[in-house]
Design a protein around this ligand. Structure first.
Ligand SMILES: Nc1nc2c(c(=O)[nH]1)N[C@@H](CN(C=O)c1ccc(C(=O)N[C@@H](CCC(=O)O)C(=O)O)cc1)CN2
Length: 285
């Protein structure tokens, strides 16, 4: 029985970081110092781990770190005050608000308050709007990472049937917009919890992106032999982290981006890329 080739996000992200370290050194030589701010609210262990990882990555490539932490009891006004502070801080050239926010906080209002020019996540409504219009703007990190990973391994996008499972703003919705641009030219079916026959849509796909957060949702019998399958789901269980893709898929798929080691590291690398690109653009390169 054959086994899928691995879309290695860990190795690809390391290559991207090496390139970014050189670009940051060139910026610093011209007295331009990129600085990433993060706003982390509450005590979700996953969010804390991701933010720690983002700052570790920054240190590795020479980007300065500004860390803001608030308790889960923070009010909307307190969160918005921190966003205003980062908007005004010249040492912060880009920032993110770690999602999801604790219950009771309005993430859309917080994202809309960010300076779109400092939106390192591409989640400000103006930047998502530019994506709809097909104009340049920072792209959300996970979808950008998915496209970069597929391109790194020469997985054909033009004309491909792509089944995306999940309609959230960090992955599914923007991924559909990116993959249907002329430069990617894929055909996208966006599935979600209301999709009637998920298996039929998955079976029709050359590329499957599972971002539903439902452990083992994609089984081997649903996947077209040879298809590329990317596991974006992460569920924390007592037994550890579990993805959306059942391990048996490895025997049917042509390509597999596993969890861990596939799309997650690419998300982190694309955040750094957005920060560096914004700093380069601000100085005319
Ligand atoms: N403001 C944002 N919030 C969230 C985003 C985002 O892009 N911007 N995405 C996710 C969380 N996330 C980054 O923030 C993220 C998720 C997973 C990984 C990762 O490297 N995962 C590892 C496995 C997990 C682990 O080892 O703990 C992997 O796949 O290898 C990085 C970043 C939601 N929130």
């Amino acid at each position: 029985m054959s086994s899928a080739r691995i879309l290695d996000g860990k190795a690809t992200a390391a290559e991207i970081r090496a390139d970014l370290a050189e670009r940051v050194a060139a910026l610093r030589a011209r007295d331009v110092v990129p600085g990433l701010g993060t706003v982390l609210i509450g005590d979700d262990p996953g969010s804390h781990a991701y933010v720690r990882g983002k700052h570790r990555d920054c240190a590795q490539v020479g980007i300065e770190s500004i860390q803001v932490e608030l308790p889960a009891t923070a009010t909307q006004e307190e969160v918005e005050a921190e966003v205003r502070r980062l908007n005004a801080d010249p040492a912060c050239t880009g920032f993110i608000v770690q999602l999801p926010l604790p219950r009771g906080l309005d993430a859309n209002r917080v994202l809309a308050l960010m300076d779109p020019a400092k939106d390192a996540d591409g989640l400000h409504p103006a930047n998502l709007g530019w994506l709809v219009h097909g104009e340049p703007a920072p792209l959300p990190c996970t979808p950008r990472g998915i496209v970069a990973l597929l391109r790194r391994y020469d997985v054909e996008l033009a004309g491909a049937e792509v089944c995306v499972i999940g309609r959230g703003i960090t992955v599914g919705r923007p991924l559909g917009l990116i993959l249907t641009r002329r430069s990617e030219n894929a055909t996208v079916t966006l599935c979600h919890t209301g999709t009637k026959d998920l298996a039929a849509h998955v079976r029709n796909a050359d590329i499957v992106v599972a971002a539903a957060g439902v452990p083992g949702l994609i089984r081997a019998d649903m996947v077209r032999p040879g298809a590329a399958v990317l596991d974006v789901g992460i569920t924390r269980t007592d037994a550890g982290l579990v993805g959306d893709v059942d391990p048996g898929v490895r025997e049917v798929a042509g390509w597999l981006a596993p969890m861990p080691g596939g799309v997650g590291p690419m998300t982190r690398a694309m955040l750094l890329t957005n920060v560096v690109e914004a700093a380069e653009a601000a100085t005319g390169r």
